[in-house]
Design a protein around this ligand. Structure first.
Ligand SMILES: Cc1cc2nc3c(=O)[nH]c(=O)nc-3n(C[C@H](O)[C@H](O)[C@H](O)COP(=O)(O)OP(=O)(O)OC[C@H]3O[C@@H](n4cnc5c(N)ncnc54)[C@H](O)[C@@H]3O)c2cc1C
Length: 455
């Protein structure tokens, strides 16, 4: 390795720009290379979904480089889910305890900020309009094509693939012996729509909530933006009578919305315009292993573990991976032959866990959140959590408002669930009113499981 270690980061999206800052602050010389033009010089939506939910794991990673405060200044807190039923009746379900919220943040704004900070670091060079076409993961070197079609080759001590779900770096790793890989598409895709500010310039829906219209097999969601609009996303199957493939004419689209989302139509006069302008995009998950090759190459973010967006964790997991990798490098004094395998060992089970959690949460968001039994149990869980001295943390809180390893959240949730089943069965033998404090006290007669502190 050179006197000053050199990293070549492919992809200046969310993970790549944060990873660059982390490495530069550790004294690395970093070459950050992006296929697209500099998004700070253009308008548009910076790729997929216009806004994202940022939560504890992402915030913790940003704190590592002192950026959390800057980012949080540009977010809107969403304290819970605002459910819209078929008749437009609203029900609010808080996400966590009082004061806890997930944060709606603009993808473009966040990416711009991360790029600005990366560029301000000593020893960082950022290049745009260079598409990586191939890599040599042993050398390691990467081959790029610039806008004029000319080849460019870059070399470093460490090659980092932050090039997203269809990673070129991973593509080359897939050709090595014993590399595991699985890509799965959902039968559902998504289309982005919007609720613009009203004529008074104000939000047309409650701003501090994530709005959901759960409809069984499909759903519409809306997240607030600082300009007082909402970005809405319709998650829906491609096939079927009402599927995306069959919603072609204006009348079919309007009819679909009249039947399923009647309360949205009045605040979406621009529906048909958005519908025509925005494509249906696919949703896929990626699982692979290992996340590294020898002591030369590593994958960080969606390139290693792309997940479906239903837990709002893809970016959070990508930031967490960057932060964990940075920490591992520090622990191993930049010894790549130790740090890279340690990263795969530490992160693989958690990546698999959030993949499954995100898939399961699709069912929860589009269907269970409207199921009275699910709502009853969630409400009881929150009351147990609020009860003083109770160590109970619902799964959603562990995933969203803690830094517990994802795999550990699943393990704890299973143990807690068994405890709750037993306590609810015992309490059902009593006459105590379920809405009373006495009911929670009765459940807590047998204390919830206590776990070691892990974070
Ligand atoms: C609809 C939707 C909603 C989502 N909502 C949330 C949410 O609420 N919360 C959340 O945490 N996550 C969410 N996600 C997930 C989140 O978008 C991703 O997990 C996150 O963008 C991953 O960051 P990344 O940097 O790894 O990849 P990306 O953001 O995809 O960045 C990869 C970068 O690499 C560049 N690149 C690709 N190929 C090359 C190449 N050959 N050469 C050079 N550069 C290249 C790309 O141009 C891009 O800039 C959502 C995803 C979708 C699709």
């Amino acid at each position: 390795m050179s006197d000053i270690p050199r990293a070549l980061v492919v992809g200046a999206g969310l993970a790549g720009s944060l990873m660059t800052t982390m490495l530069a602050r550790r004294g690395w010389k970093v070459d950050l290379v992006e296929r697209r033009g500099d998004l700070r010089l253009s308008s548009g939506s910076a790729g997929r979904s216009i806004n994202l939910a940022l939560s504890t794991r992402g915030i913790t990673a940003l704190e590592r480089v002192g950026l959390a405060v800057n980012v949080l200044e540009e977010t809107i807190p969403m304290h819970g889910r605002m459910m819209h039923d078929h008749r437009g009746q609203l029900t609010f379900q808080p996400y966590g305890q009082s004061g806890q919220a997930i944060q709606s943040v603009s993808r473009r704004g966040l990416n711009e900020l991360l790029l600005n900070i990366a560029e301000q670091q000593a020893n960082v060079s950022v290049s745009f309009d260079l598409r990586c076409t191939d890599v040599d993961i042993d050398a390691p070197t990467a081959h790029f094509i610039n806008r004029d079609g000319e080849p460019v080759v870059k070399k470093a001590d460490l090659l980092i693939g932050c090039d997203g779900i269809f990673s070129t770096v991973r593509g080359r790793m897939m050709k090595t012996d014993r590399f595991d890989y699985e890509q799965r598409y959902l039968a559902h895709g998504y289309k982005e729509l919007s609720v613009l500010p009203g004529v008074d310039g104000e939000f047309q829906l409650e701003p501090e909530a994530l709005h959901i219209w759960p409809r069984g097999d499909f759903m519409l969601i809306a997240l607030p933006n600082l300009d007082r609009s909402f970005t809405c996303t319709l998650f829906h199957a491609y096939g079927g009578d009402d599927g995306f493939d069959n919603l072609q004419s204006d009348e079919q689209v309007l009819d679909f919305f009249r039947r399923h989302f009647p309360d949205v139509l009045p605040v979406m006069p621009n529906l048909l315009e958005d519908w025509r302008a925005n494509p249906v995009s696919s949703l896929a998950t990626i699982q692979c292993a290992p996340f590294h090759h020898g002591d030369t190459t590593v994958l960080i973010g969606d390139s290693a573990h792309a997940v479906v967006p239903f837990y709002g964790q893809g970016m959070n997991a990508a930031f967490e991976s960057a932060s964990i990798f940075d920490q591992i490098l520090a622990e191993h004094g930049n010894d790549l032959s130790a740090a890279l395998p340690a990263f795969t060992r530490q992160r693989k089970a958690d990546a698999d866990a959030i993949r499954q959690l995100a898939l399961d949460n699709f069912l929860e968001m589009r269907d269970h959140v409207a199921d009275p039994e699910f709502l009853r149990r969630s409400a009881i869980e929150k009351r147990i959590q609020r009860a003083s001295a109770s160590p109970y943390l619902p799964l959603y809180s562990m995933v969203t408002f803690s830094n517990l390893p994802y795999a550990e959240t699943i393990r704890r949730s299973r143990v807690q669930s068994r405890w709750l089943d037993e306590r609810l069965a015992a309490a059902s033998q009593s006459e105590v009113d379920e809405t009373s404090e006495a009911f929670i006290a009765l459940l807590l007669k047998e204390p919830p499981p206590v776990f070691d502190s892990l974070s």
